[in-house]
Write a protein that binds this ligand. Structure first.
Ligand code: ADP
Ligand code: MG
Length: 336
């Protein structure tokens, strides 16, 4: 299809997440889904691995390699590394393209103008012909199918790895948004802290994440769960295995989850009254991997009195939103 921007079908959307980067290929859907991790040689600073391969190295690297997450806190920790990562993902996804792609990138709403510029430049260096950024919560709202062009409140709560992004959108614009650096990573950290305090057991981030996914919850479960956890005894120094329950992990996660609840409530308090009135019936939609914590929707519904739904595929919401933007020429014309 030819149009104002030229030949279109090699355009891509990118969800540059703090934990995962996804790439959406126009007319094909999501073609890449990898951790936002880069492994570097500590001496030469050369990139040794990106994505899945680099994540496998986290916590397991010898002295000469370090694995880092350049977007970890929703801000760009290292511009060069972020650029290398973006280049890798863009090139991997656009291998078969004849012409340089046009790229829509969803970026955390908390990043500065300088960081945004850096992301755009990185994408250009990585071979993009044209780069458009879109705030992550906006992409998430589009991705889950909220009618954001209506003059009514559309609210999204996206719990990612490094940040939770909360936004109220009306008439294609963000009326109010809040980004806090409390999300999946903090939940993992809370589990690490708990295991150490309660059992003198030292565990790594990957093990903590696995515990969170397997038995983590925000609300009492109909059937409580349990699992074995392996780590290192901080006193004896030797490997050991212990048995833990979902009740314990819920307690361990409760303070962190309370911070997320607080942020949602604060956002609601700042919402203009007409839009608040809309939310009573419309409620809000949750996206991001953190929305998969068991019972988090129920807890948030209890604490806000609003109906809460979790997106069908919360980990893909932002990428799907960038894909929808690629398909909507008029949206692009207005906002590019
Ligand atoms: P980001 O957009 O910041 O890259 P994602 O939306 O990809 O983040 O979500 C990643 C976070 O979601 C990680 O902290 C991960 O541990 C968490 N997560 C993924 N799946 C689950 C699950 N089933 N239960 C709980 N947390 C999950
Ligand atoms: Mg995200």
């Amino acid at each position: 299809m030819a149009n104002l921007f030229g030949y279109f079908s090699n355009d891509i959307g990118i969800d540059l997440g703090t934990a995962n980067t996804l790439v959406y290929l126009k007319d094909r859907g999501i073609v890449l889904r990898e951790p936002s991790v880069v492994a570097l040689d500590t001496v030469t600073r050369k990139v040794r691995a990106v994505g899945d391969e680099a994540k496998r190295m986290l916590g397991r690297t010898p002295g000469n390699i370090t694995a880092i997450r350049p977007m970890k806190d929703g801000v760009i920790a290292d511009f060069d590394v972020t650029e290398a990562m973006l280049r890798y993902f863009i090139q991997k996804a656009s291998q078969s393209f004849r012409a340089p792609p046009r790229v829509v990138i969803a970026i955390p709403s908390g990043i500065t103008a300088v960081e945004k510029r850096a992301v755009m430049d990185s994408a250009t260096h990585a071979g993009a012909r044209k780069v458009i950024t879109i705030p992550e919560p906006m992409a998430a709202a589009i991705g889950v199918g909220l009618p954001i062009d209506e003059p009514a409140a559309n609210m999204i709560v996206d719990i990612g790895g490094g940040t939770t992004e909360i936004a109220i959108i009306s008439l294609n614009g963000i009326v109010f948004s809040k980004s806090i650096r409390v999300a999946g990573d903090e939940l993992d950290a809370a589990i690490i802290g708990y295991m150490k305090r309660a059992y003198n057991l030292l565990i790594g981030e990957r093990t903590a994440e696995e515990i969170k996914m397997r038995i983590g919850s925000a609300y009492a479960l109909d059937e409580e769960l349990s699992m074995e956890v392996k780590g290192r005894d901080s006193v004896a120094g030797l490997p050991k295995t212990i048995h833990i329950t979902s009740q314990e992990i819920r307690e361990a996660l409760s303070d962190t989850i309370a911070s997320i609840v607080d942020a949602v409530r604060t956002t609601l308090e700042r919402c203009p009254p007409e839009l608040s009135a809309d939310l009573v019936d419309r409620g809000f939609v949750m996206a991001g991997g953190g929305s998969l914590i068991r019972g988090i929707d129920r807890l948030l519904s209890d604490k806000t009195g609003l109906p809460v739904t979790v997106a069908d595929d919360p980990l893909s919401a932002v990428a799907n939103g960038t894909g929808a933007v690629l398909n909507d020429l008029s949206w692009l014309m207005q906002n590019a």
